[in-house]
Design a protein around this ligand. Structure first.
Ligand code: TYC
Length: 104
């Protein structure tokens, strides 16, 4: 008899649950400031977050009015890379644009 057959159905089910546990997800959020241009924020939303032009503009205007807005939800490594990319692109243009991630 194999190892697997000796385990109770409950044990096998518990093991299966652990194996399929999904990774934690993180919101990537953009913060408003007074200096970054609207065009640059829309460009970032299109190029980094793969938003279509109309949605990118909606998100940018939401952040402009409310102070913060959601760009997307990703696993930790992807979210960290998006935040770093936004900061690198913004600093390259001399903008103070801030991006952050928050565990869901
Ligand atoms: N508030 C900026 C302006 O008036 C535009 C802006 C929007 C900046 C969204 C950052 O995340 C941001 N030029």
């Amino acid at each position: 008899m194999s190892d697997n057959e000796l385990k109770s159905a409950e044990h096998r089910e518990a093991e299966t649950r652990e194996e399929v546990k999904s990774p934690s997800l993180y919101k990537v959020l953009l913060l408003n400031d007074d200096y970054t241009t609207m065009d640059f924020v829309v460009q970032v939303l299109e190029e980094v977050f793969h938003k279509a032009p109309a949605e990118a503009t909606q998100i940018m205007l939401h952040v402009h009015k409310k102070g913060i807005g959601l760009c997307g939800i990703y696993t930790r490594d992807i979210a960290e890379t998006k935040v770093a990319t936004v900061h690198e692109l913004a600093r390259g243009k001399g903008f103070p644009l801030m991006c952050m991630m928050e565990k869901e």
